[in-house]
Write a protein that binds this ligand. Structure first.
Ligand SMILES: *Cc1c(COP(=O)(O)O)cnc(C)c1O
Length: 234
């Protein structure tokens, strides 16, 4: 797996897709999703210029963060998995971003547990945009209530929205989902004009192109950078 080569390919693809829809390529951040991958892979990506990494499992993420801290390598860590409230402290203490916030209770815990010597934890509200019963994320109608609650928590900084749409081969359905997210993002910005709402996290290896076309500002890419994941040892 040539991680450096893959990263370059993705960056070029982002650039090209942005050009096609007249967006600046600096408007889209690439989050490298490194879950299940060893620190050697992350190091290789870092050496190719990648700074922002996403992890789904709290313990695994914290181990990697501590490894790079000990090396004096400053990376930006995003928690992107489902979070149980008994693990919130580890996220509050170690991560820079939490992308899957969907409950007041977790927001309050993260706010209380964020160390005061650290910058506020950047958070995204996760929207259950495909209305899947088993998926995490809140219903679109509940977004503003949660946002207004977060606005009052001094150790959290609300930056926008995140979604994991249900996989589909129906392009129209995929695009409608992204359009719905953009509408919600605009609603959120209007409702909280004093907050710096600047991040719409959507698009993965399979649906990056339409996500960028419709206005994603952060794509979360794992497989296309690091190769297929092997869960057999987990
Ligand atoms: C695993 C994961 C990704 C990356 O998915 P790929 O298909 O490997 O690009 C993105 N976002 C979330 C929330 C994930 O869990």
């Amino acid at each position: 797996m040539d991680i450096q080569h893959n990263l370059k390919g993705i960056q070029q693809a982002i650039h090209r897709l942005c050009e096609q829809v007249h967006r600046s390529s600096s408007a889209v951040t690439l989050l490298a999703v490194s879950k299940t991958k060893p620190v050697s892979d992350i190091l290789e990506a870092y050496q190719a210029g990648q700074i922002a990494f996403g992890e789904n499992y709290v313990q695994e993420g914290v181990e990697k963060i501590q490894y790079f801290d000990a090396q004096g390598i400053k990376l930006e860590w995003h928690f992107i998995g489902p979070l149980q409230s008994n693990k919130s402290r580890l996220v509050a203490e170690h991560f820079d971003w939490m992308q899957t916030l969907d409950r007041v209770k977790i927001a309050e815990r993260l706010n209380e547990q964020r160390p005061v010597n650290k910058a506020p934890l950047n958070v995204l509200i996760q929207i259950n945009i495909s209305d899947e019963e088993s998926k995490s994320g809140i219903q679109p109608e509940a977004m503003l209530d949660l946002a207004k609650h977060i606005e009052n928590l001094p150790h959290l900084r609300l930056r926008g929205l995140m979604a994991i749409p249900a996989p589909t081969v129906d392009m129209t359905e995929q695009e409608n989902t992204f359009k719905k997210m953009v509408d919600l993002f605009e609603q959120l910005k209007q409702a909280l004009p004093t907050q710096e709402i600047d991040t719409l996290s959507m698009g993965m290896s399979n649906d990056m192109a339409s996500a960028i076309k419709y206005g994603s500002t952060m794509v979360r890419i794992g497989t296309a950078i690091f190769g297929e994941r092997d869960y057999s040892e987990k």
